[in-house]
Design a protein around this ligand. Structure first.
Ligand SMILES: [Zn+2]
Length: 332
């Protein structure tokens, strides 16, 4: 090894170390949070996978719901959400969670989500929102490329994993029931039960505990339709660690809220004391996943005849017709 080569080795190590420090410091915010919703920079969604490898997986969320490839599943039942109306001994804690979202966490008597084709009963852990600075964006999922101004996520964990600290890593550990919003000229009076507390959680990290909040029915925040239909697909948490253990159900019916009310969400602040807005992850690739629905409006569509399942059904009907014709021919 010549003397110039001997110098190159330590220089290379120093350069590598410096790049490492730059990458590391760039991904850590002032308060220690290691990710954000910025458009660029090492904490932004495009770089989450560097600190959280799951975020670079092939079953990530959110996705675009392309309704031309949605498959109607007549055996996919709706949820039993009777317990969404429970309030006795249910405690709600409202938090401006790290300046990323407004979140309500549940304790006390559990609220369970049942049926809906889930492999178990699921306990409601928390709900939170994603919203935009403007009405043209804000939701995490999109329908045929269009985003809603806001999206609600009701996050549940599989009941038998309740005491497992690493439950998020188990297959099918989490069930999220999501709802898109539409802007209405009228206020949604049910949302006042929640929005009345927002002035007190305007700064990042602020919390209102169970003694400061009057528990209300989760059911009241949702569309009033008796049956809530949904799109179903397998995906991930939309924030780091991005675990791919989520059974997603995105409601096909919308929640309505007024412009004045969505502006109450926009009046919260993030950890940099900027308005807490645009807290959504960009759309992820669908890859090989299928999207099912139990919404009867998808029962017969032109697109579904292009799908494999419908084609099999088609072939079956042709085959049965053929047998009938053959049988009749033999009779005569
Ligand atoms: Zn969410």
């Amino acid at each position: 090894m010549t003397s110039s080569q001997a110098w190159k080795v330590p220089v290379r190590h120093v350069v590598t170390l410096c790049i490492g420090i730059i990458l590391w410091s760039g991904s850590v915010d002032a308060d220690g949070a290691s990710w954000n919703y910025n458009i660029s920079g090492y904490g932004s969604p495009a770089y989450w996978y560097m600190n959280y490898s799951n975020c670079g997986g092939v079953m990530q969320s959110p996705i675009d719901i392309n309704t031309t490839i949605v498959l109607y599943d007549p055996w996919l039942p709706v949820f039993n959400i009777t317990e969404y109306s429970k309030t006795d001994n249910v405690t709600m804690t409202l938090t401006n969670k790290g300046g990323h979202t407004a979140e309500v966490e549940f304790s006390g008597t559990p609220i369970y989500l049942r049926e809906g084709g889930l492999p178990d009963v699921y306990k409601l852990v928390q709900f939170h929102f994603h919203w935009g600075a403007q009405d043209q964006r804000g939701s995490e999922h999109s329908i045929d490329g269009y985003h809603a101004p806001m999206e609600l996520h009701l996050v549940h964990q599989q009941a038998h994993l309740e005491n497992d600290a690493k439950f998020k890593e188990h297959p099918f550990a989490i069930a999220v029931f999501g709802f898109m919003f539409k802007i209405s000229t009228e206020d949604n009076p049910n949302f006042e039960k929640l929005l009345q507390y927002f002035p007190k959680i305007s700064t990042a990290g602020k919390t209102m505990n169970g003694t400061e909040i009057e528990t209300f029915k989760v059911r009241d925040l949702l569309p009033s339709d008796e049956k809530l239909y949904f799109y179903r697909y397998s995906g991930s948490l939309t924030t780091p660690e991005c675990y791919e253990t989520v059974i997603w159900s995105l409601a096909t019916q919308y929640i309505t809220i007024s412009e004045r009310q969505i502006n109450v969400f926009r009046s919260l602040y993030n950890e940099n004391h900027d308005p807490l807005v645009d807290d959504f992850r960009p759309i992820q690739a669908l890859n090989q996943r299928s999207i099912l629905t139990n919404d009867i409006k998808f029962m017969v569509t032109a697109a579904s005849f292009n799908s494999g399942q419908q084609w099999t059904f088609h072939k079956m009907t042709h085959f049965i017709s053929f047998i009938l014709v053959f049988y009749l021919f033999m009779l005569y």
